[in-house]
Ligand binder design. Structure first.
Ligand code: HEC
Length: 140
């Protein structure tokens, strides 16, 4: 859906749009099921590799993807605009649970192609995806 919307943007426009969005604050979804949130939190940090190695959540920052994403795995090209070593990894905090579940389902089915997320998502079952999504969406 996004391709036709972004092809007309110049690099400076993309940078401006990115800056604008990076300054917005997200409102966490209302927390619904405490035990599912706790389960999601545990899944988010305890899986191998931990989701938090790449993504950040709450006050516990993920490790920056130096080397791995900046140069090697994703190639030099994608790191270019943001500088080498900067994580090109989406921030999932406060993201809507429904959106996260939808993206994980799309990664798992291959409908959305990512660099690393297809196999990550495929290793989660439906209940795992829902729990992780509820944890992330309740993280300010
Ligand atoms: C090795 C780094 C890495 C790990 C580990 C990782 N991710 Fe990701 N994730 C990414 C990258 C990079 C993207 C952007 C899409 C892509 O390139 O695959 C992404 C995208 C996503 C998205 C889509 C976000 C959006 O805005 O569309 C979700 C949701 C997500 N990851 C959840 C998870 C969960 C849950 C786990 C743990 C099971 C996890 N990720 C583990 C790197 C990682």
């Amino acid at each position: 859906m996004m391709a036709p919307n972004v092809t007309a943007l110049a690099y400076e426009d993309i940078a401006d749009v990115a800056t604008y969005f990076s300054q917005q604050t997200r409102k966490p979804d209302e927390q619904k099921d405490e035990s599912r949130v706790a389960e999601g939190q545990s899944l988010f940090y305890s899986r191998m590799p931990s989701c938090a190695v790449c993504h950040t959540a709450g006050s516990r920052r993920g490790m920056p993807m130096r080397g791995m994403m900046g140069g090697g795995m994703m190639g030099g090209g994608m790191g270019g605009m943001m500088g080498p070593g900067t994580a090109n990894v989406p921030n999932l905090e406060g993201q809507r649970a429904a959106y996260i579940v939808d993206q994980l389902n799309r990664f798992a089915s291959g409908e959305r192609q990512g660099t690393v997320m297809n196999r990550m998502a495929a290793s989660l079952d439906d209940a795992n995806r829902q729990a992780i999504a509820e944890f992330l969406s309740s993280t300010p």
